[in-house]
Write a protein of this length. Structure first.
Length: 114
């Protein structure tokens, strides 16, 4: 899996933008709210994303995952290698993270996303 594949999955969703933050992190956002973070210029490539509350503990204790630094209290998980998940799993987790973040936006903003 390469960053370009994750980018393609993210940009298939409505209203997604990307930005580089903290010098070397590619952040995918909906209405300026992050839902996926991918490390740049690192090998292997790390990534973080939001999961539902009930999935946080099992996912953060899965092999290759841990609670995301600084974001764990918001139910984000981190993997040190994006290749730990296959494309189908990435599609699931990216879509799920996007929907969680989008659902917390104000209704007017949520309804304007296209």
């Amino acid at each position: 899996m390469e960053i370009q594949h994750l980018s393609k999955i993210c940009h298939a969703l409505d209203g997604v933008t990307e930005d580089v933050k903290w010098t070397n992190n590619l952040c995918f956002c909906v209405a300026k709210k992050m839902f996926v973070i991918v490390g740049l210029e690192q090998s292997p490539t790390p990534a973080s994303f939001k999961v539902p509350d009930e999935e946080f503990y099992p996912m953060s204790h899965r092999d290759g995952f841990k609670p995301a630094p600084y974001l764990a209290r918001y139910k984000w998980v981190w993997t040190g290698d994006i290749n730990i998940l296959n494309q189908e799993e990435w599609e699931h987790y990216i879509h799920q993270s996007y929907e969680i973040v989008k659902s917390k936006l104000p209704a007017k903003m949520r309804n304007s996303i296209r």
